[in-house]
Write a protein that binds this ligand. Structure first.
Ligand SMILES: NC(=O)c1ccc[n+]([C@@H]2O[C@H](COP(=O)([O-])OP(=O)(O)OC[C@H]3O[C@@H](n4cnc5c(N)ncnc54)[C@H](OP(=O)(O)O)[C@@H]3O)[C@@H](O)[C@H]2O)c1
Length: 355
């Protein structure tokens, strides 16, 4: 039986979900494909679980239970401190899985790719850093990154399939944020923005500081990855994102921002009313064409696929030379630990099959 070694960086919500899925799917994958996925190492921001040989399932699961209870890998009985996760990557072939949200991994990941390893990403930051690092990571086909846009939805693979078969992108329109989609739905139902943001915050739909979602920066990163997949040599500065709050609320503390949310209620109620008066719906839309991109709150006509979106679902509409009259649409839940982990596992399995 061929063994495929996995080094996983990040054991937060998505990372722990992935561990459970991968161990649960392993027997079926063995009989279907004749390879065995083995964890060689798992790392968090403090340390790692690693011994230089495949880790026993019981050891991994005990560390994941401890991690869920707040015990870091460095402090767990079988764990140890490390300087950096790249010391865990073996010389031979393996798959490095980055399920962190950390910045600055692109250099180390490019190093492991040039050393012959393959990479799977849920972390958007390595692919939304410079264009040259995107090229280093992806142009040899060494990196899969389906979960960076649309979580488990087949967005990147659909786009790559279109382009690889000779199609050309004309326009991509997408609602790429479950959090902001939820807020649009609440606004449409007449809920004041302040109430909707506080509810989303309490339910864990937003980042700890909701401005990380409301700034549009996360959507701009996803849009950049989609645009770069089309071969557009853009940087993040090429994708201006409209924030949901004015500049004077950008510099205040998180608590002060939350306390001043009511200031946004009247302007947003007016925008929703204006959208309804035009028989349209207010949506936070990323638009990408070969000429440029934008990420903004837009009024979409009531017969547009984006208008029918409800709650935190994502929708990606691809207008291409082949799909010119009616776009090819990918739609469904675009956030959540389970669907994201499933998207990452599908990338791991596809990579292992190639290996
Ligand atoms: N949740 C979703 O619905 C969703 C959807 C699509 C994509 N994603 C992406 O998936 C990734 C993971 O999300 P998550 O919700 O699981 O995040 P999370 O719960 O915050 O977990 C992040 C993990 O990364 C670890 N980490 C951070 N910096 C590190 C470093 N320098 N070296 C090693 N480990 C490091 C953290 O370590 P500690 O535990 O020590 O802090 C933690 O275990 C993110 O990039 C996110 O954008 C998430």
């Amino acid at each position: 039986m061929t063994t495929v070694s996995i080094v996983q960086i990040g054991v937060g919500g998505v990372g722990r979900e992935l561990v459970g899925l991968l161990l649960g799917a392993r027997a079926a994958l063995e009989s279907r494909y004749g390879f065995r996925l083995e964890y060689l190492a798992l790392a968090d921001s403090t340390g790692a679980l690693a011994s230089g040989s495949p880790l026993a399932d019981e050891r991994i699961l005990a560390a994941m239970r401890a991690k869920a209870a707040g015990v870091s890998l460095a402090a767990s009985p079988a764990g140890r401190a490390i300087q950096n996760w790249d010391e865990l990557v073996p010389d031979g072939p393996c798959i490095v899985v980055d399920v962190t949200a950390a910045s600055g991994h692109e250099v180390l990941l490019a190093d492991v790719v040039s050393g012959g390893a393959r990479v799977v990403l849920a972390n958007k930051k390595p692919l939304s850093a410079t264009w040259s690092s995107f090229v280093e990571l992806t142009f040899s086909g060494a990196t899969r990154y389906e979960a960076t846009a649309g979580a488990g939805l087949p967005v990147i693979s659909t786009l790559q399939g279109l382009l690889d078969s000779g199609d050309q992108m004309v326009k991509i329109e997408a609602a790429m944020s479950g959090t902001l989609g939820y807020l649009c739905g609440e606004l449409e139902a007449g809920v004041p923005l302040s109430t909707a943001v506080r509810a989303a915050h309490q339910m864990g739909y937003t980042e700890p500081d909701p401005r990380d979602d409301l700034s549009g920066a996360d959507v701009a990163r996803k849009a950049l990855i989609v645009a770069r997949t089309c071969g557009l040599e853009w940087e993040l500065a090429n994708i201006p994102a409209e924030p949901w709050f004015p500049p004077e609320l950008a510099g205040v503390s998180r608590d002060a921002f939350m306390a001043r949310l009511e200031e946004l209620d009247a302007p947003f109620a007016a925008r929703v009313a204006a959208a309804k008066a035009q028989n349209g719906a207010l949506r936070y839309v990323a638009t990408i064409t070969p000429e440029g991109a934008s990420v903004s709150l837009r009024v979409v006509p009531s017969d547009h696929p984006l208008a029918s979106l409800r709650g935190p679902d994502n929708l990606f509409s691809f207008t291409t030379t082949r799909y010119a009259e009616r776009p090819l649409v990918v739609r469904g839940p675009g956030a959540g630990q389970a669907v994201t982990a499933a998207g990452v596992l599908a990338d791991i399995v596809a990579t292992a099959r190639e290996m």
